[in-house]
Design a protein around this ligand. Structure first.
Ligand SMILES: Nc1ncnc2c1ncn2[C@@H]1O[C@H](COP(=O)(O)OP(=O)(O)OP(=O)(O)O)[C@@H](O)[C@H]1O
Length: 318
């Protein structure tokens, strides 16, 4: 649906590339979070999909077409296949809710009968039934964003691009917006959302693509916002049989004798090797003598870094 092949974008030859040799593909129907620090290239990615910018090198394909090769008269058709939502809503202030959404159909020359049918449907879908006659200033931020989403999807685009859509909203309102985006995605629309909202990314558990200085540094199927670091916790005790986390502890305790049937475990994770996401990222699992030296399943899938307990300062008595 969206494919970047070795895409580099340089705005200004004197500064570093905004995107640097990015290759990635988003399939039809996926929900993808684009995350990364400010300036990492998220908005540039979105602008390249829309052909608001052109790649300096490489190729961007949207629905199978190389967007750089589209003649300019075909660009509006490309953009019609893509709905866009921004952090700041961008509603027409002097038009009602209904008129804001209807406008997106009018500019495409849709018939009045179709508009009168489609707009109430989409407003109901985003949770705004009954608010058709309100003006934008009479709506809360969350409601204004729902109008913007309705406008973005009323023409049934194949792709919805959302650039920080919850950036101006409180956490509860943001969750409501995510429910709407989730519903749109369930209906088959590919959703790509650039965000800094870690709570939302962590709650949704969708694909996460992380950019850093224009480079993709992480691409996880059911990812979190950032590397997993349990607050105030440096150690994890696992059940020896199942690998399930029994409890978490602090570095003060770096190895524990388990109850019968429980693992001992290890702890003390070096700062630069903390788990990326549990449980497969758990490091330094060590077997308990009491358990006859069996490795936990999680230990078998842990990264191969082999920092034995005896290598660490703060090693506990075993
Ligand atoms: N029109 C432009 N002209 C020159 N440089 C630009 C332009 N747009 C973006 N940049 C630069 O490209 C880099 C990536 O910017 P981009 O806006 O894509 O990042 P971002 O991840 O979306 O940031 P934010 O989260 O703050 O929106 C930054 O260094 C930025 O200064």
């Amino acid at each position: 649906m969206i494919r970047f092949e070795q895409v580099t974008k340089v705005y200004d030859r004197t500064s570093r590339a905004a995107l640097d040799d990015v290759t990635v593909e988003f399939e039809r129907g996926e929900f993808v979070f684009l995350v990364g620090a400010s300036g990492s290239g998220k908005s540039t990615f979105i602008r390249l999909v829309l052909r608001e910018e052109r790649a300096s090198h490489g190729a961007v394909y949207v629905t199978g077409r190389n967007v750089a090769r589209l003649p300019s008269w075909r660009v509006p058709r490309l953009r019609r296949s893509i709905g866009v939502v921004f952090q700041d809503f961008r509603l027409l202030p002097n038009k009602t809710v209904f008129a804001n959404v209807a406008f997106a159909m009018q500019v495409l020359g849709r018939r009045r009968a179709l508009i009168n049918q489609a707009v109430p449907d989409v407003l109901e879908m985003v949770g705004l039934a009954g608010k058709e006659k309100r003006m934008p200033h009479e709506l809360s931020g969350g409601e204004q964003q729902r109008v913007a989403i309705a406008r973005a999807v009323v023409n049934r685009p194949a792709i919805l691009l959302a650039d920080e859509p919850t950036g101006n909203l409180d956490p509860e309102t943001s969750r409501g917006i995510m429910d709407v985006l989730d519903r749109i995605n369930q209906n088959g629309t590919t959703v790509v959302m650039a965000t800094h909202d870690d709570d939302i990314v962590n709650a949704m558990r969708r694909r996460v693509v992380e950019l850093s200085d224009g480079v993709i540094v992480r691409d996880e199927a059911e990812g979190q916002y950032g590397p997993f670091i349990a607050p105030e916790t440096d150690a994890v005790v696992l059940d020896a049989q199942s690998g399930v986390t029994l409890f978490e502890t602090t570095p003060v305790v770096s190895a524990l004798q388990g109850e019968p049937g429980a693992a001992t475990l290890l702890t003390e994770q070096p700062q630069d090797q903390r788990p990326v996401s549990p449980p497969t990222g758990l490091l330094d699992l060590r077997r308990s003598g009491a358990l006859g030296g069996r490795r936990t399943p999680a230990a078998d899938t842990a990264p191969s870094t082999d920092h034995g307990a005896t290598d660490h300062e703060g090693e506990a008595t075993r």
